[in-house]
Structure formats: structure tokens, C-alpha cells
Design a protein around this ligand. Structure first.
Ligand code: NAD
Length: 259
């Protein structure tokens, strides 16, 4: 139980990657606050964790309500008796041609993926500094923030902002012993992807990912488990890709065709 006695907040924890992260941290012994806008789903996720003996509470919050984020983080820290870990996972995506993107698309996506993530990070970091806690912040970015992909004008650039914000916050919070890292998933089987990826999109990913398949939410949760664990105490400002090799790849000529 390497996280016994630690308290963690996970945003977007009712489903998909966030839920897998919450389950992983609970198995490591952390007490949890699950934040999500999906009322019944987040209550159900917290209840399922409690049924397995974990300390878990649900907070229903739409992260688009930016001025409610700081009070929710502080109240969660108070309710748990402390706060050592924040995982900023809540995010939304869109896939459409650059020429069809509107300013409103950017506003909607940046509001959740960037502004809400910033508001939660600042609130948690301020609490950690105030209480002299050498805490951990992990931001769920995306490989879309590292490489230019078609259809990803608003989403990809929002995740690039997450990566840079991770690096800036890591610099500024290092003197307090707080680490800030990002995980950049490739395609992961979740509701978000099932709703967005057509068969052709799916075939495109499978062709581009060297491991030739989608990942699972648990693969991302393992990376988060490392970054919040004691073994990562000297790791900060890092972007850990969980992407079957996508970000590292260049031309994908099958090895057998090389000569
Ligand atoms: N699935 C992928 O392939 C993939 C790849 C790269 C990055 N990501 C990132 O991982 C994160 C989780 O993605 P997922 O695939 O698990 O998504 P998902 O849609 O399956 O789950 C997201 C969860 O966040 C919650 N949420 C969304 N908007 C919210 C808001 N405004 N306020 C509160 N809760 C909100 C949803 O209710 C849901 O429970 C996102 O940041 C996403 O950008 C996903």
C-alpha cells in the first residue's frame, strides 16, 4: 500500500481513463475525491471503490464553472484531512477540419482542457504550499499535443498548452518539493474514443501506432501510479507517453521491406 495515508483528487473520474486512475490509486491505498459532472456515474464510481474498502467521496462539478473549482479543491482537501495528489484528467475532444473550426470550438475546448486544469492546479498547489506538502500534480495531456494531427486544431493545441503549463509549473513549484508531470496517451479505448473514432479513423491509428493497437485506460493509470509514487520523487516537468510508440515513430516501413 505505497500510498497509504495520502489523499488524492482525480477529475473526470466517473468513466474511462479517470476512473481507471482512481481505481489504481485506491488500490495503492490513497483516499480519494472523484470529481465529475456526470452525477450518477461519479456517485456510482465512488460507491464501487467504497465497496472494496477504499475511502472515496464523489463531488459533482462541471469544470466549465471555473469559479467553483478552487472552492471544490479546498473543500475536498479539508474533507479528506489533507491533499498530496491532484490528477487533472477531465477533458473533452473534437475532431473536425481546420477550415471548419470556429472560435467557439476553441473556447469550449480550452475552457475545460486548459483553463479548468490551470484553476485546479493553482488551487491544489496553493494548498500544498500553504500546508508544506511536497505534493504531486499529474496532467493528462495527449500525443495530439506533441505532433500535428489532422482534425486536431483546437484539441491538439489545447493539449500542447497542457504540456507547456506542466513544464512551467514544474519549474515554479520545484522549490516547494511539488512535482508536476504530464502523461500523453495515444489512442485509448474509452467512451470518448468510441464516440469519436469512425472505422476509418480507427484503421488510421492502428496503421500509425508501431504496436498496432489501441491502449487500455489501465495503461495510462500505471503511468500515473509511477508518477505519484515515491520512485518518481526526482522526476518533474516530464511528459510520459503511453502510446504504443506513436510519438517516437517516423516512417513506418515494415522491416521486411527495407532491402
Ligand atoms: N481516450 C483517448 O484516446 C485519449 C487519448 C489522449 C488523451 N486523452 C485524455 O484523457 C482524458 C480522459 O479521456 P477519456 O477518453 O477517459 O474520456 P471519457 O469521455 O471517456 O471520460 C471523461 C470523463 O470526464 C468527465 N468530464 C468531461 N468534461 C467534464 C467537465 N466539464 N467537468 C467535469 N467532468 C467532465 C466525463 O463526464 C467523463 O466521466 C481527457 O483529458 C482526454 O483528452 C484521452
Amino acid at each position: 500500500m505505497p500510498l497509504r495515508g495520502k489523499r488524492a483528487i482525480v477529475t473526470g473520474a466517473a468513466a474511462g481513463i479517470g476512473r481507471a486512475i482512481a481505481e489504481r490509486l485506491a488500490r495503492m491505498g490513497a483516499a480519494l475525491t472523484l470529481i465529475d459532472r456526470a452525477h450518477e456515474a461519479v456517485e456510482g464510481a465512488a460507491e464501487a471503490l467504497r465497496a472494496r474498502g477504499a475511502h472515496a467521496r464523489a463531488v459533482v462539478l462541471d469544470m466549465a464553472e471555473l469559479d467553483q473549482i478552487e472552492p471544490a479543491i479546498r473543500e475536498s482537501a479539508r474533507a479528506m484531512g489533507g491533499l498530496e495528489i491532484l490528477v487533472n484528467n477531465a477533458g473533452i475532444a473534437a475532431q473536425k477540419p481546420f477550415l471548419e473550426h470556429s472560435v467557439a470550438d476553441f473556447e469550449r475546448i480550452y475552457r475545460i482542457n486548459v483553463l479548468a486544469l490551470f484553476a485546479a492546479s493553482r488551487a491544489a498547489a496553493a494548498w500544498m504550499v500553504e500546508h508544506r506538502v511536497p505534493g504531486r500534480i499529474v496532467n493528462i495531456a495527449s500525443v495530439a499535443g506533441l505532433r500535428g494531427s489532422t482534425g486536431r486544431a483546437a484539441y491538439g493545441s489545447s493539449k500542447a498548452a497542457v504540456i507547456n503549463l506542466t513544464q512551467v509549473a514544474a519549474q515554479e513549484l520545484a522549490p516547494y518539493g511539488i512535482t508536476v508531470n504530464a502523461v500523453a496517451p495515444g489512442p485509448i479505448e474509452t467512451d470518448l474514443v468510441r464516440a469519436m473514432h469512425s472505422e476509418r479513423t480507427r484503421a488510421g491509428w492502428i496503421r500509425e501506432v508501431p504496436m498496432g493497437r489501441y491502449g487500455e485506460p489501465e495503461d495510462v493509470a500505471e503511468a500515473v501510479a509511477y508518477l505519484v509514487g515515491d520512485g518518481a520523487r526526482y522526476v518533474t516537468g516530464h511528459v510520459l507517453c503511453v502510446d504504443g510508440g506513436f510519438a517516437a515513430a517516423g516512417l513506418l516501413i515494415p522491416v521486411g521491406d527495407l532491402r
